[in-house]
Design a binder for this molecule. Structure first.
Ligand code: NAD
Length: 237
């Protein structure tokens, strides 16, 4: 039997971190084991046998194969640097990264295997393909991307809205964005194409963070052992 893939969860105390910890505990991705969890200030030192570390102690985490990062843009540089230093893989879903951080990620991909995606759900991966095709088929139509998330979300437009916008751009349209922050909405994206006398709406609604967490865990197990590179999610799922 192959050795288990050792995961380090970065952003472990957050909404996504909780989903990842729970799913790992339930064995959602057999062959993966969490060996360390990092958050800004952990409330407990050990949870279900997993050691927890504060952000300031990041360099002291035990050996790991792949880091899964769902933290905040301000915490991203440290986890990227640690993965490069350790020669470990990185799966990141952290949004709101700056242009400099995106460049650092591409530079790091010369040394480690990594994947960054604004959205780890299969549905959004398909939606990107659909909106690109719609934009290419409907030149001259207005395109608007409307996203809604919970009130705690920091960045706007969402990373997913921007990724959908990039797909629309590849199809030849120039989208406008609108963001709504309300209650506990997990994530909703509507891409609307409006012509004269007709309108198309393509909608994705996530009702559970588990879809993102499952996608990230699966990506981690598929990333492990690959060559250095900036892998696309569709190559791994
Ligand atoms: P959250 O605010 O609930 O959690 C953030 C986590 O980051 C916490 O554990 C916090 O302790 C940790 N953190 C903050 N500063 C840190 C530091 N300096 N070092 C280490 N850890 C630090 O956020 P969330 O809702 O779990 O979302 C996390 C990120 O994932 C956001 O950027 C969000 O937009 C993104 N997200 C991406 C996807 C996707 O599929 N790509 C899905 C959902 C959320």
């Amino acid at each position: 039997m192959p050795a288990p893939i050792r995961l380090m969860l970065h952003g472990a105390s957050g909404r996504m971190g909780h989903a990842l910890m729970r799913l790992c505990g339930e064995g959602a991705e057999p062959g993966c084991v969490v060996v360390a969890a990092v958050s800004r200030k952990p409330a407990q030192r050990v949870v279900d046998g997993v050691p927890h570390f504060a952000a300031a102690e990041l360099r002291g985490v035990p050996a790991f194969d792949v880091a899964i990062d769902f933290s905040l843009a301000e915490a991203f540089d440290q986890v990227l640097a640690l993965c490069v230093e350790r020669g470990a893989g990185l799966v990141s879903g952290t949004t709101g990264l700056s242009a400099a951080q995106r460049e650092a990620l591409v530079a790091a991909s010369a040394r480690i295997p990594l994947v960054w995606a604004a959205n780890f759900s299969l549905g959004v991966a398909l939606l990107e393909e659909l909106v690109e095709r719609a934009a290419a088929t409907l030149p001259g139509w207005d395109c608007d991307i409307v996203e809604a998330h919970h009130v705690h979300k920091k960045d706007a437009p969402s990373g997913t809205a921007l990724a959908l916008g990039a797909a629309v751009g590849r199809g030849g349209s120039d989208p406008r964005y609108a963001s709504l922050r309300a209650g506990d909405i997990v994530g909703e994206h509507t891409v609307q194409f409006t012509g004269t006398g007709e309108r198309i709406e393509l909608v994705h609604r996530a009702t559970s963070r588990d879809v993102f967490a499952r996608g990230a865990l699966h990506a981690a197990s598929r990333l492990h052992g690959r060559a250095a590179g900036n892998w696309r999610l569709r190559d791994l799922l």
